[in-house]
Ligand binder design. Structure first.
Ligand code: HEC
Length: 261
């Protein structure tokens, strides 16, 4: 009698095994289906923490000049910051809140993925997963936190830095204006260089007074700006080049400029 029960258990187990095989195949096809859709997930940065990426781990950014669900980066801007486009909607991956994902219509009718209302963009200079060269560019482009906010170095970790942050933001703003009026012609919109040398990732820029000195005095080819720009303008543009294009070298003050005049 016991034997008979065992045989029935065995049949039941075989049936279960068939069922789980079928389930595995079904789930497998779901995964395949998701791969053709656009995914948004999170990655971990050693100092900045968790941030949004696409399904392949490529960094996504928000543009602080956009307003809710309204992309404003087009033309030249969109060549540098290509929008994350989707046919219908994006799929929430690991670490992403599905209810924060959405889409916004672009001028050409295409759909751009949004998160917490922020339209999401790539940065052309990021080549591989883990690249975050767009972080902080111009003080207006930022990685996106899992909560859907601009990822900025936390100010409560360094209360003494709060004032420097405000100064940095102001100088970046003024510096961007000077840069696009004067420097962009030789150093390029992304600091990639041209007639002038490459400023993106240029470690010579670590030294605040060196940078101030080059702008005041010029070089062999670069004109000197000591007589045409004020201390404030030089501090601003020096701060801008040291904290854009992926650079994060900190503020240059008017005192630094006075010291090299
Ligand atoms: C006419 C082209 C031109 C303009 C305009 C120009 N630069 Fe330059 N810049 C150069 C060149 C070329 C160099 C390399 C030194 C040299 O040969 O003059 C250079 C060097 C520099 C360096 C030093 C880089 C290093 O690796 O040592 C900095 C910083 C810099 N420029 C910032 C600026 C800023 C900021 C402006 C705008 C206020 C500006 N430049 C405007 C052409 C230019």
């Amino acid at each position: 009698m016991d034997n008979r029960w065992q045989v029935e258990d065995w049949e039941a187990m075989k049936a279960k095994a068939k069922l789980s095989l079928a389930l595995a195949l079904f789930l497998g096809s779901l995964v395949l289906m998701q791969e053709v859709q656009v995914g948004v997930q999170t990655s971990e940065h050693p100092t900045l923490g968790a941030y949004l990426t696409d399904g392949q781990g490529r960094s996504l950014y928000l543009y602080t000049r956009d307003s809710k669900n309204t992309p404003t980066c087009y033309d030249q801007c969109a060549q540098t910051w290509p929008p994350l486009l989707v046919k219908e909607k994006a799929v929430a991956g690991k670490g992403v809140a599905p209810n924060l994902l959405g889409v916004a219509k672009r001028r050409d009718g295409s759909l751009q993925v949004t998160y917490n209302g922020w339209p999401l963009y790539y940065f052309v200079r990021d080549q591989k997963p883990g690249d975050v060269l767009g972080q902080g560019v111009g003080g207006v482009w930022f990685l996106v936190s899992p909560k859907g906010e601009a990822l900025k170095p936390s100010t409560d970790q360094q209360p003494a830095g709060a004032q420097t942050d405000a100064l940095l933001a102001q100088l970046l703003n003024e510096g961007q204006a000077v840069y696009s009026r004067i420097c962009v012609a030789c150093h390029g919109p992304e600091g990639q260089g041209g007639t002038g040398v490459r400023l993106a990732g240029n470690t010579n820029l670590r030294n605040a007074r060196y940078v101030a000195g080059v702008i005041v005095g010029g070089g062999q080819i670069m004109p000197s700006f000591g007589s045409t720009l004020s201390d404030r303008e030089i501090a601003a543009v020096a701060t801008y080049v040291r904290n854009s294009f992926g650079n994060q070298f900190g503020v240059v003050t008017e005192e630094d400029v006075k010291a090299v005049r």
